[in-house]
Design a protein around this ligand. Sequence first.
Ligand SMILES: C[C@](O)(C(=O)O)[C@H](CC(=O)O)C(=O)O
Ligand SMILES: [Mg+2]
Length: 314
Amino acid sequence: MSGGDTGTSSTGGLLAARASANDKRKAFRAALASDRIARLPGAFNPLTARLIQEIGFEGVYVSGAVVAADLALPDIGLTTLTEVATRAQQIARVTDLPTLVDADTGFGEPMSAARTVTVLEDAGLAGLHLEDQVNPKRCGHLDGKAVVPTDEAVRRLRAAVAARRDEDFVICARTDAAGIEGIDAAVERAKAYADAGADLIFTEALYTTADFERFRAAVDVPLLANMTEFGKSDLIDADTLESIGYDAVIFPVTTLRLAMFAAEEGLREIAAQGTQKELLYRMQHRSRLYELLQYERYNDFDSGIFNFDLSRNQ
Ligand SMILES: C[C@](O)(C(=O)O)[C@H](CC(=O)O)C(=O)O
Ligand SMILES: [Mg+2]
């Protein structure tokens, strides 16, 4: 198709994902029910979600810590539901993979947690996780965090579950109790949260493989592991977590840490050398960026859009 024509028939997956929100929720549920572990790297922006899909992961994660850090804020409950929902929607809409979002403590009391579910459903997410920390929360891998009593966390979850309009939307309950009250107490909380209707339990800040095994043996609900760097948990690979019987694993802040490390190195080099010439081999090439953006396919709308000639670029 050429100049000026609008190729609406061939825009599938171009401006937004092909899969509907419900397709993605069903896919997430199927992945959790399968014998394989679902791997969900965090996407710090929508384009990274495209990369996560292309490389073959099973899902995308939107981290509260990353949404906060992106705004140059610490992860201490300062971000609002609107900020998180806006970013999560931007990310979820460009990928056919299910996207799980970090809803912290639900942005308030149980009624707010219920509203959070409706807003994040409307934003096209496949699921969210709600944690049992007190408000305001803090990163689960820092000391000094506190959890609400089990019955309060259960009220939060019941409200969330009752607010769900799409029964395929996944509600994950995170317990931060292991590091405060011990694993046995965390297991008891996980059971209570599953009874309250949680589809998946996020076992936050366990230390060793043995801890993950102990948790797995104690409950029969799907479990999610958090492989965040520089925290409390040993970095256990996905195959090992799968063999333990975990159903999902997130790598929440990894892509942001990689990108920020590279950006800092590059900026220091430019500050020192006055040029980025020596950095080109460490950059995503223009051609790779265009490929990821599917630039060429936009010619279906207007053949003048993609005039990038690979042969003329280094
Ligand atoms: C998973 C997490 O809730 C997040 O917001 O990504 C964080 C990750 C981190 O701070 O490394 C958490 O574990 O609390
Ligand atoms: Mg978080």
